[in-house]
Design a protein around this ligand. Sequence first.
Ligand code: GLU
Length: 477
Amino acid sequence: MHTAKVVTRFAPSPTGFLHIGGARTALFNFYFARKHGGDFRLRIEDTDKKRSTAEAAQAILDGMDWLGLPHDGETIYQSKNQSAHQEAAEELLKTGHAYRCYLNSEQQEGERQQSRDEGRAFRSPYRDAGNSDNPDAPFVVRFKVPAGETIVVDAVQGTIKWDNKDFDDLILLRADGSPVYMLAVVVDDHHMGVTHIIRGDDHMVNAGRQQLIYEALGWDVPVFAHIPLIFGPDGKKLSKRHGALGVDAYRDMGYLPAGLRNYLTRLGWSDGDMEIFTDAQATEKFSLAVVNKAPARLDFEKMASVNGHHMKMAPQGDLLGYGQAFFEKQNNGPLDAAQSARLKAALPHIIPRAKTLIELAEQALFVTRKRPVEITGKTKKSLKSDAKARLEDLQILLGGVEQAQWQQDGLLAILTKYTQDNHIGFGKIGAPLRACLTGGAPSPDLALVLALLGRDEALGRIEDCLKLYYNRREQGE
Ligand code: GLU
């Protein structure tokens, strides 16, 4: 059908953030274009002057940037294409596919009411008045819906048919010469060479109207693919203006861009049982033919689990970069060199325990904490008085280990030997030592904790603990 280079586009109206549903639409367009060696373009539909601010447009660009969706070519701003929209309307007037309508708003309302009463679509009395020119009166340009029917063969929804008499003679240009969405989108898509329009199925009915405009202008009609909307976990429609649903909200929940890309792409699209995939795999496999027709539901547990896989796949540098805000938040400021070094060493051991960056920061807390480590609540209870002598023993034993020997296996051997020599269970030293070393933060194997903290930090924490928690106790605090 189309031999031209594949061109897809994402055409958001700037509302102040990149909506999660929009992000998925963008992803489908992105992968489809990549798969076919085509271009993925971005057009900001900023014709609604009240809502479209530069900041709102920037928020979309930032969202795309964070999500890792680079677009090809320059960003198109619909508001800058007004003369092309007007030209197309002129052309339609010339060829008799549109007409000037001089109804004032009151008359228009009357006609509208009448068409409603008669159960038919809106037709203006000026439709058959010839192309009357009345330079003194304001007019709108209306599309002259032809007789017959419109059939759209949608790549996702299948064949959809409308009787044209159900379509209003819609306004193309307002009295001030500004275009309406329906015209602007067709003209822009045509001039951008868009071959495939992949968007939410709330635009399905627009496809019929837009196809009529393409045909009237004698332009190739792109392939339409209307993808089901995303619903909330409760099955209710997600609202576009719901503040919590921009991709920035998901960033703040600790998702990685790669994890979110995977989850959103998989939402409503599948290839066999492929759940976890890279961009290369998604690009290779992506096909509109297997997009589900049923609405997709957000499932946060699944999202976290997919993200967890991507945390394991991510290069360490990415985790440190994307995680930085979370580590710093927990630390009330930037990490110093020693904290950063401990974090890096601990990373491979804690990644498997975290599905989001928030969880990663929680799991990292035992190494990123600064001395003196505060021990509170339940953890403090493990510092029983009989543990004091044992902690002092361990302080001496561990203090005898040289820096070069400070390794997990050797440390474990020392701890084990101590419990054996003293005929005590490991728990007797495990709980108080862990309390001193971590303050109760989630932590792995005790010998690993010692190794990851490093000799000086670990011994320092034991010393702090003995000084701050036992001496105070003895003083009756
Ligand atoms: N600007 C429209 C929206 O944000 C999309 C238009 C289109 O994809 O054709 O819903």
